[in-house]
Design a protein. Structure first.
Length: 270
């Protein structure tokens, strides 16, 4: 998924129904595959708004001008050369092998996660969750599932953390964080720490100046040695099928279970 498609979906989800931003986002999504051939006049007419309104909307979703917006519009499967995207890796696998085989792989990966996740690292993260007052969880695309899932499960247990769906807001929060902040990042490949995943140019990221404590939850065990990672909690896949969207909630259950064990007695005493 490219940056434009992702950002339009985020704007659609974050905007109130009936607002101009909601209308423009929905209209652009409905004509998404034609945007790469349209001028700003065409887009303004399509959305039934002025060109200045389109320019303001474009800046609001992170593009400097219409030229940059249009350059992000062409959508190609596996646009960024990453062959583990949903359609190629999961949808086509199910079409070839069948749903029963896919569920079998999910079951095996779930058991593998239970066996391989280092519970000592889970406990370290729980200690951090208890210690830090400012906590955020982030991920992009399917890894957003992990970030949102953790936020909700912790909220049920009295720990409130924040997240953002927007890649722009995530980067802003991380760059402005201080040493009193804990940031939990979900990235199956670990690429979130290495490059801007939604960029066509694969610009590298530099976490060397980030003052927050960074915890990475990933299937890439090599990220243990990444200089920007303070704590790496890893799990593995037994096949090339990427099951992380299912595995993340299981890892979160491990985290929350330990959190409940550590904090329940304290809350009862209070």
């Amino acid at each position: 998924m490219g940056s434009l498609l992702n950002r339009l979906l985020v704007m659609l989800n974050d905007s109130d129904h009936g607002t101009t931003n909601f209308h423009i986002a929905m209209t652009l999504l409905s004509s998404f595959y034609d945007l790469c051939t349209m001028s700003i006049d065409d887009v303004a007419k399509l959305c039934m708004v002025s060109k200045s309104t389109i320019s303001k909307f474009i800046r609001g979703i992170g593009y400097e001008d219409y030229a940059e917006f249009k350059a992000a519009a062409p959508f190609r499967e596996n646009k960024f050369g990453f062959d583990l995207n949903y359609n190629q890796n999961i949808a086509e696998f199910i079409e070839r092998e069948g749903m029963e085989r896919y569920i079998e792989i999910l079951s095996t990966d779930i058991c593998h996660t239970q066996e391989t996740v280092d519970m000592a690292k889970i406990d370290e993260l729980v200690s951090d969750l208890i210690h830090y007052r400012k906590v955020a969880s982030f991920g992009l695309l399917f890894s957003e599932i992990g970030a949102i899932d953790l936020q909700m499960k912790l909220a049920y247990n009295g720990k409130f953390i924040m997240t953002n769906l927007s890649d722009i807001k995530q980067e802003d929060y991380i760059s402005q964080s201080d040493e009193d902040t804990l940031i939990i990042i979900y990235s199956n490949s670990g690429s979130y720490m290495q490059r801007y995943q939604l960029s066509e140019f694969h610009e590298p990221k530099d976490f060397s100046r980030i003052r927050a404590k960074i915890v990475l939850i990933t299937a890439n065990q090599k990220m243990e040695h990444h200089p920007g990672v303070d704590l790496c909690i890893s799990f593995g896949h037994v096949s090339k099928v990427q099951t992380h969207s299912v595995v993340y909630p299981l890892v979160n259950d491990m985290i929350v279970n330990r959190y409940r064990e550590r904090t329940r007695g304290k809350k009862q005493a209070e």
